[in-house]
Write a protein that binds this ligand. Sequence first.
Ligand SMILES: [Zn+2]
Length: 242
Amino acid sequence: MGLLDDLDRGLVDLIFPRDCSVTQLPLDDGPFRHLSLAGAEALPRISDPRCLTCGHPFDGWLEGDRSCPHCVELHPAFDRAVCAFRAKGPVRHILHRIKYGRSPYLADDLVEVASQDEAFRRHLAGSVLVPVPIHRSKAWSRGYNQTDRIVDGLARRIPGCAVARLLEKHVATESQTRLDRTSRLRNVAKSFRLQPGARVDPARRHVVVDDVLTTGATLHACAAILRSAGVRAVDAAALAHG
Ligand SMILES: [Zn+2]
């Protein structure tokens, strides 16, 4: 990694020994840059059985009805979403620091752990990864889109992946907490579009990637645009399920 990469870890890291982002203890000699082996073990991971649509884990084996309360009303434009972690505990804390704490580099360790997860890896392998974009006003104030970094990291680690920044968010959808669910979904759906001049390969499987899947509405909206552009196989993935 180069100088810029070192700089974006923060100057403090260059002067003081780094601590694990989970345990807050000094780092051991593990393979991560901001995560100890004990910290990696403490991340709440998702394993089977899980919802085949949104990827939320089923808590215990349910006989008969396997409908999922997290996506039953969604009817998503993507076929299947797979998430590596639950967005709770240390993962929620790290994601918050990535997004709001000017610490995008913390995503790299989550990406490393996620890309070693067999189900997550298999889901992404060989696909075109499409990051969920953020509005340019947010990119300007935050200085980065964390999902860009996540997607680039996944593509480096998982075989056969390409990255295509096909989408843009052309409407800011910040303050819609007062809107009802239907209005919010409609707003999200209208806020994304294809990048002008984007070249889509309809024959390849595309996976829309976000940092967190909460209601699934954002990934659905992005997937719907790719479907409209002619892509036949569209899936979704997020580091964490909220
Ligand atoms: Zn579900």
